[in-house]
Design a protein around this ligand. Sequence first.
Ligand SMILES: [Fe+2]
Length: 448
Amino acid sequence: MSGVRGSVLHATGRLIGMGPQAHVVLEGASQGIVQIEGPHDSKGQDLLDAACHLLGEKLRGESEKNVLAGDILGKLQELSVFYEASDALANAHDLHAVGQQVLSHAAQVIGFDWGGFVAYDSERSQARIVAVIGDPEGAPRTWRPVEPDSFTWLSLNAEEPVLLPEFSESERQRLRREIGPRAENAGSLLAIPTLSASCPVGVVLLVKRRGRPAFTSADAKLAGALATQAGVSVGHIQLHEGAKEMFFSTVWALASAVDAKDAYTHGHSQRVARYAGQLGRALGFDDDEIERLELSAVLHDVGKIGVPEAILNKPDRLTVAEMSVMKSHPEKGAEILSSIRAMRDIVPGVLHHHERYDGMGYPRGLKGENIPLQARIIVLADTYDAMTSTRPYRNALPSGIALDEVRRCTASQFDPRLAEVFAELIERGIIRPVEGPVVPSGRGGARS
Ligand SMILES: [Fe+2]
């Protein structure tokens, strides 16, 4: 087009003069008009048409490149979300954290107004919402049977995503029973099953309100990828929980076996763990610290495995030699537990639970705060249980008398600061004598 003066105007622009003009077309739509000044003949028009065609082709190439770049960028953003999600999910230690991570990452790649992660217990056929993004008001959080017409059930049963682009009134009512009042305004829904080793463990429920574009199959694919990662994470948590449960059951059985050797200490170790845990909680221990404390407390007498029953159950006064064997149980216990890596943190409580604050205890005669904290707590719990349970030589003392004894022995036997907190817990009725063995209910097995 050299030697030709021209202008490119927008399709709605004002044309100049009366020269030849032609549209630049991209994907069937005019992007603008080119007009040149000069005689309006067929040669000029043909030349202009050819030039505009070339211009359209050029634009199409650029446009495809831009679309391609946009696609790649979009995929990169999705991949980075999945990458972050896999990291976050690997560190999730419970179902709530898994649900929270899945939903927050889904929110970055899929637009939705309400999202919930429903945990599913296949053994009991029950489900409960463990995490919500959006308005959590009214979402049922307790374990409930899965209703056969619920969207949770539909997706679990189909083992593939359920995509509902619009709602009938009856479907909305069904969703209301499932997620609460947020269903009233629901316009479309995605329900993605989460599987672990082919076993259903949960559902990701995403809802868009009325008036917004419905979920697409592309959304279902993205949510499905996140749900797959969540399934792996839930599988790890279940394995971990299973191993932990087995560990604590074994510890519990071991403590019971120790108590069973002594005719008068049935349930003693478990009660000591309970009282120690209650004191630890009052002192502000976190869950992991409570867990270690309760473990140490429930196994404090494990060394009695090595003490003959004739000594443990002797109704008369022990001889000096027998007393020496009896007093070896903290060291025997520490020796047994030191060989187990997972138990090393609890050895100090076991080894030193017969030390006294005034330094007159055993096996090391440690004094004051040189005695490990675990042991200073266990000695209070141990003594309190010994006083409030029946022994061969006396009946159980009332809690009030035990309280007086705790106060009387403050600073000689017990750490004064801990004894005061312990005494307050007795006065407030939080710590009170428990009959028989305590039923395990928490991570450390001694939670009330
Ligand atoms: Fe002991």
